[in-house]
Design a protein around this ligand. Structure first.
Ligand code: NAP
Length: 291
């Protein structure tokens, strides 16, 4: 059945895949975007309705949620998550939105050392108190990290993760889960879903798989937190993100990001991509000159 669905963060990674998938499946998709640009034009080309607005502005969100059955809410690691969450909850309640899929993360804990992860946990509890069916997804590190950490073209993954493990999850696989919940929210109301890719690996093993998939040498170089902080700041990462990533790097070493489930298959309906599959599907993003 065709549904009226709102995607917040539709110009981003999980929101973009979700909007595209929902449009392919014939739903009416409204995308909240902060500005009209080539990314929003692409969504229009795919059939989305664009609404300009900001989740930090309750009134624009109230407009965006009119006539909406269910929505996907994601917000970047930036200050403002609590305001955004309160606005989304209030606008959804005012307009009778029946369901919210909330992007959280695997490290969301009341006692987390990361400000952002702690805020995710509080945001989940705030949303739980509204009369709307809410489902929280808590992914481990996205597969996109493989691209982001590769982007200097050296073939080195310089990361502070020691020999900790996780199963990278593709954004497109998360979108399958999000879309399935938006299409039929009732069975998922009140659930918290940890989301993982299919194979748990440490970064030596990730580098090995990337080497094979890319047919060039990729090396994992474990580094300490201060070097990681310098790398992040060198890339212009805001303080909030740096604080978060340093804290979750410690979580990662302690196993917080490890694990696998079959939720992508059981809810999303298809087998999740492994590292080789993700690299193959995103081959162009890895085509960088040898350093
Ligand atoms: N990366 C990981 O490994 C990982 C792992 C687990 C969980 N997560 C969670 O994933 C979330 C981020 O999701 P994502 O990676 O799909 O997002 P993303 O690619 O960072 O995109 C964020 C989206 O939100 C939009 N946006 C930003 N501020 C906004 C505002 N004030 N009003 C309306 N829209 C706004 C952005 O628009 P513009 O581009 O125009 O700014 C963009 O479309 C975070 O909450 C993080 O905790 C990430």
């Amino acid at each position: 059945m065709e549904r009226n669905l709102l995607v917040i963060g539709a110009t981003g990674k999980t929101g973009g895949h979700t909007a595209e998938l929902l449009l392919q499946r014939g739903h009416h998709v409204r995308a909240l975007v902060r500005r009209v640009d080539e990314r929003s034009e692409r969504l229009v080309g795919l059939g989305a309705q664009i609404v300009e607005g900001d989740v930090l502005d309750l009134n624009s969100l109230a407009e965006a949620t009119k006539g909406i059955d269910a929505l996907y809410f994601t917000y970047p690691i930036l200050p403002g998550l609590m305001d955004a969450t309160a606005n989304v909850a209030l606008a959804a309640e005012e307009n009778g939105v029946q369901a919210i899929v909330d992007m959280s993360q695997i490290s969301a804990r009341r006692e987390s050392a990361s400000n952002a992860a702690r805020q995710h946990w509080v945001a989940e509890r705030v949303l739980d108190r509204f009369p709307v069916a809410v489902t929280h997804i808590r992914p481990t590190f996205f597969a996109q990290w493989l691209i982001d950490t590769w982007s200097d073209g050296t073939g080195e993954l310089r990361l502070p993760f020691a020999d900790g493990r996780h199963a990278p999850i593709a954004e497109s696989d998360q979108a399958r889960v999000i879309a399935a919940i938006l299409e039929d929210p009732a069975p998922h109301a009140g659930q918290i879903y940890p989301l993982y890719g299919p194979v748990e690996l440490n970064h030596y093993e990730i580098a090995e798989k990337m080497s094979r998939a890319l047919d060039r040498e990729v090396t994992y170089v474990p580094i300490e937190l201060d070097e990681f902080a310098a790398i992040l700041r060198g890339r212009g990462a805001p303080d909030h993100l740096v604080q978060h990533l340093l804290a979750v790097a410690v979580d990662y070493r302690n196993g917080v990001f490890a694990g696998t489930t079959n939720l992508v298959k059981t809810i999303g309906g298809s087998e999740p991509l492994d590292v080789e599959g993700f690299v193959a599907q995103n081959r162009a993003a890895f085509d960088l000159p040898t350093a």
